[in-house]
Design a binder for this molecule. Structure first.
Ligand code: GLU
Length: 546
């Protein structure tokens, strides 16, 4: 058969370059010493924790070795494309401190290996497919969906491996004339690899994570170009990873089963395969059993979940680091204040099977990380959440940075020695400061004393309050009110003769606290009143009368 002519008929494009040319267009990355890794998502708009986990491994592998981490968009499946998905991937990862050096929508001088959208690389794939046809290593297949289904059913019934191989590869033996007639008749066709492999042969393969794995050689005539001329993942990734000069492909273990196909594709294309690292899936404990995190059942799989709830992004990343490399946790214990980027990440240390994702542990880490933030960092963190997810009132509150910082210093101990350690998410922090603003102050006046007592305390204190008082002068005034309502001014006295009093000085303080904050518990009330200011404090004392 005249293969050259066959290739012309099947791929008649006149604007294709000779495949060898691409070796010059996309030369080896001579200046790069480290790993070249990539994230290669489909632009479906859904980016999940598994993607972040993998992206973090990619980013660390590249950036701990002085390498390059780039973004390639695998948009060969038009149906799954969602507008704005690429920006959303970049934004989501950036939020978690993961930045690309190169790639789709990344403005970088390094962008010489593009285009980084697979749809824009059609010519390259077609040039290589044409070459394979010329070499007798690929052929057209005209089988319809129905025919393929029938073959699959027959194979299933006979308990055989399903697929297009051996005697089931019907179109493998079409003559030139048959092919030409089909093409002329306008029959749609795909291009398949003419596999040279046999399932009799085993290949010993070294995965960067899983170590040595033995796989069976491929004998399937997989589709390389679909009927619309667009490549499949198998074909596109082999060509792209070669010409983008990827050194390490980190991807989910669901791809391990197609590895034999990829090994063969690299071989027929004349490429040296990159190293592969297949990551294990993220699992969670569910009622005593371990199962994969699921998009349907687990909201925590979506990355938006963490942003919306206001998790501290670095906590999420550090938690993922503990899953990525099991010695990371020990390292952080030894280096509590060090940047996680100083840890020596190694792909080989990644877990070989089911990584357990534990939300409680993440919450714990988030609390610790938040409790370490400086005033500025804490403000920026909360404001970041407010800007995106807060109410209009929250947004207005965060315009007054000095005021917020004062509040945070008191509420969370930010900037001081005694830090509050129970805030795990921005949303919680933002709600905690609501009572410092009149428009979100929603008091519940649940006093434990009668109207006369409460109102007397509130009125008397309002008369004596002076914002210039320090803590002890303030407390002396609280004490001074006690006798007027039949409470003990001294705790020792109260403890000795509780029967003589209706309450004690701390009950006076509680009434004031409820009036000012709307709650029976709060941080130091004298400081709160100082932050609110005299006018607002007095207005609250007045409004809190019953
Ligand atoms: N587009 C593939 C996916 O989203 C990428 C797999 C890979 O990293 O090679 O699963």
């Amino acid at each position: 058969m005249d293969l050259k002519k066959l290739a012309e008929i099947l791929i008649p494009d006149t604007d294709l370059l000779p495949p060898e040319e691409y070796e010059n267009i996309y030369p080896e990355r001579s200046g790069v010493k480290g790993e070249v890794t990539r994230l290669a998502p489909s632009p479906t708009g859904f980016i999940h924790l598994g993607n972040l986990y993998s992206a973090l491994a990619d980013e660390r592998a590249a950036h701990t070795t002085d390498g390059v981490f780039y973004l390639r968009i695998e948009d060969t499946d038009e149906k799954r494309k969602v507008d704005g998905a690429v920006e959303s991937v970049i934004r989501s990862l950036k939020y978690f401190g993961i930045n690309f050096d190169e790639g789709a929508e990344i403005n970088s001088p390094l962008n010489i290996y593009g285009p980084y959208y697979q749809r824009q690389r059609a010519k390259i794939y077609r040039a290589f497919a044409k070459r394979l046809i010329e070499q007798g290593l690929a052929y057209p297949c005209f089988c319809t969906e129905d025919e393929l289904n029938a073959v699959r059913e027959e194979q299933t019934a006979q308990k055989l491996i399903t697929g297009y191989y051996g005697k089931y590869a019907k179109c493998r033996n079409l003559t030139f004339e048959q092919i030409e007639a089909n093409v002329k008749a306008g029959k749609p066709y795909v291009i398949r690899l003419k596999s040279q492999g046999s399932t009799e042969n085993k290949i010993l393969f070294k995965d960067a994570i899983k170590g040595e794995v033995t796989v069976t050689e491929n004998d399937q005539d997989v589709v390389i170009l679909k009927s619309d001329g667009i490549p499949t993942y198998h074909f596109a990734h082999a060509i792209d990873d070669h010409f983008m000069r990827t050194t390490l492909v980190i991807r989910g273990e669901e791809w391990l089963s197609s590895l034999p196909v990829h090994i063969e594709l690299h071989k027929v294309l004349g490429f040296k395969p990159p190293r592969y690292a297949h990551t294990c899936s993220l699992m969670k404990m569910d009622g005593g059993t371990k199962r994969k995190l699921s998009k349907r059942k687990d909201p925590e799989l979506s990355l938006d979940y963490y942003r919306k709830a206001g998790y501290f992004p670095k906590a999420v990343v550090k938690y993922l680091m503990t899953i990525l490399n099991s010695d990371f946790e020990e390292w952080t214990l030894k280096n509590p204040d060090a940047d996680y980027r100083n840890f020596k990440f190694r792909i080989e240390k990644m877990g070989k099977s089911g990584a357990l994702f534990d939300l409680d542990k993440l919450n714990d880490l988030s609390r610790t990380e938040i409790s370490k933030l400086s005033e500025e960092e804490c403000f920026e963190f909360l404001k970041g959440w407010v800007d995106e997810f807060g109410t209009d009132k929250d947004k207005a509150h965060f315009k007054d940075k000095d005021y917020i910082i004062k509040v945070l210093a008191l509420i969370m101990g930010v900037g001081g020695k005694k830090r509050r350690k129970d805030i795990e998410r921005a949303e919680q922090g933002v709600r905690l400061i609501d009572y410092f603003f009149d428009d979100t102050f929603a008091p519940e006046y649940n006093y434990r004393f009668d109207k006369k007592t409460v109102n007397c305390v509130l009125e008397k204190f309002a008369l004596s309050y002076d914002p210039a008082d320090d803590n002890s002068a303030w407390f002396a005034k609280v004490k001074a009110i006690a006798p007027a309502v039949g409470f003990a001014a001294e705790m020792s006295e109260y403890k000795a003769h509780p029967e003589n009093y209706k309450g004690n000085v701390s009950d006076v303080a509680e009434i004031l606290r409820i009036a000012i904050t709307g709650m029976p518990n709060s941080p130091d009330l004298c400081t709160i009143m100082g932050i609110l200011g005299k006018e607002r404090s007095l207005a609250r004392l007045n409004a809190a009368k019953i």
